[in-house]
Ligand binder design. Structure first.
Ligand code: PLP
Length: 430
């Protein structure tokens, strides 16, 4: 149990850095979480449609992961072992091999990186540069890949980039994501022209880094054709393809990897967020066997491979991915989600449905409106956030395990919040 159950929030404003972020939208003290629900210090419950930004795809405190972790700790299992061989690591690697890689015919090595997504992205950038001997990495408009200097150099958002002060965000070229500037512009053609033109100023790329669905950038979902086009360009120009599945992976779009039905074979795949199953910090880079050219200890770090996360990640794979039952349930849920979001599109003039699978939302046209909707939803007991260049997308990232009734209740709260906020806006305008 938390040691401080009080709802007094003054310590945060007094002592925590101004860099704090999500807590500003949800000014309560959360003290407990189970499944798809959060509970605050005053005893209020909330349905969680944020899920740690897709870190809790299997919900909070899954009983089987919790049990396995408690047993591991009670039996004095290794808590930290650098990257030494441990029983927990071997069991995770075997499960990942048997349940995920082999059935998909994917021959990848698993590189343990530092514990957060941005660490896996940094490793991917370094390795792509090492493999190709080139520097330039092609990233995409609205892409988000993390906050460390390398990953931030691949991130499009001006506000986030500003966080680096005058620090150099270099070695990257940003190209338009599919439909970034309207459906009339052929982004693949622009990239091809830039690469093929010896006076374009664009250096030959070491890699392309792309999200199949842009999580922070507004739930832009790339088509199979676009992803295949980028993969083809990468091959043609001798660059590696890095598919960042940190937010879109682990079932978020329906399948374990978000790209697995798209006929592409990424060279490098950074994974994090729900990879640990239970919200523990754990990231890894999946490396196509032929690119695993690291010398021993060349990419080192104290926290590479979180042993507790190995335990919970293994349970997650065994529990949810051994057959297609879970996958089918995600597809069924995403249809319910689509139906609800279409109601919002009908209510808000000019609104647009965004995303894919259980990574969906609605572009309501302005950050101001999206923020008001999320704030009203929170007052009604729903935790939900925005995304997009101007925070204009109301984004649903519910745990994939949310029981049907609770999922519907959360969606009803959201639709009601939209109605109330838009009615109020109409009255104010009259
Ligand atoms: N890549 C993508 C696609 C992300 O969505 C995120 C985080 O939101 C990251 C990388 C960075 O991960 P982390 O915040 O764990 O460093």
């Amino acid at each position: 149990m938390p040691t401080d159950m009080s709802a007094d929030l003054s310590v945060y404003t007094r002592r925590e850095s101004e860099a704090r972020s999500y807590c500003r939208s949800f000014p309560v003290s959360f003290v407990k979480a189970q499944g798809s629900q959060l509970f605050d210090a005053d005893g209020n419950s909330y349905i969680d449609f944020l899920a740690g930004c897709s870190t809790l795809n299997y919900g909070h405190n899954d009983p089987d992961m919790k049990k396995a972790l408690i047993e591991h700790i009670t039996e004095d299992g290794i808590a930290h072992g650098l990257d030494m061989h441990t029983g927990a690591k071997a069991a995770f690697l075997r499960a990942f091999e048997d349940i995920i890689l082999s059935p998909r015919n994917m021959d990848y090595k698993v590189m343990m990186t530092g514990p957060t997504g941005t660490n896996a992205v940094e490793a991917a950038m370094k390795l792509a540069r090492k493999v190709t001997g080139r520097k330039n990495i092609v990233a995409f408009t609205n892409g988000f890949h993390g906050m460390t200097m390398g990953a931030l150099s691949c991130t499009g958002n001006a506000g986030k980039r500003k966080g680096a002060g005058s620090g150099p965000l270099c070695g990257t070229t940003h190209m338009p994501y599919e439909h970034a500037f309207g459906s009339d512009m052929d982004s693949l053609r622009v990239i091809r022209e830039m690469l093929g033109n010896s006076s374009s100023g664009m250096d030959a790329p070491a890699a392309f880094i792309i999200e199949p669905v842009q999580g922070e950038g507004g739930l832009n979902a790339a088509s199979t054709e676009f992803l295949q086009g980028v993969a083809k360009l990468a091959k043609e120009y001798g660059a590696l393809l890095i598919v960042d599945d940190i937010q879109s992976g682990c079932g978020r779009t329906g399948t374990f990897f978000s790209f697995e039905e798209m006929g592409i074979e990424p060279d490098l795949i950074p994974m994090a967020k729900s990879f640990s199953g239970m919200g523990l910090p754990f990231a890894a880079l999946l490396v196509k066997r032929e690119h695993d050219i690291w010398k021993p200890a060349e990419h080192n770090g104290t926290f590479r491979g979180n042993t507790h996360a190995f335990v919970t990640a293994r349970v997650a794979l065994e529990k949810f991915w051994k057959d297609d039952t879970f996958q089918k349930s995600i597809f069924a849920k995403s249809e319910v989600l689509e139906t609800a979001l279409k109601r919002i599109v009908e209510i808000v003039p000019g609104a647009r449905l965004k995303g894919r699978g259980m990574m969906r939302g609605v572009d309501v046209g302005s950050g101001d409106l999206a923020e008001k909707i999320c704030a009203r939803a929170f007052e009604k007991g729903l935790v939900i956030e925005t995304s997009g260049a101007d925070d204009e997308v109301v984004k649903v990232l519910a745990p994939l395990t949310t029981p049907d009734k609770m999922f519907q209740k959360g969606l009803d709260i959201l639709v009601d919040a939209v109605k109330e906020v838009t009615d109020k806006t109409k009255v104010a305008a009259e």
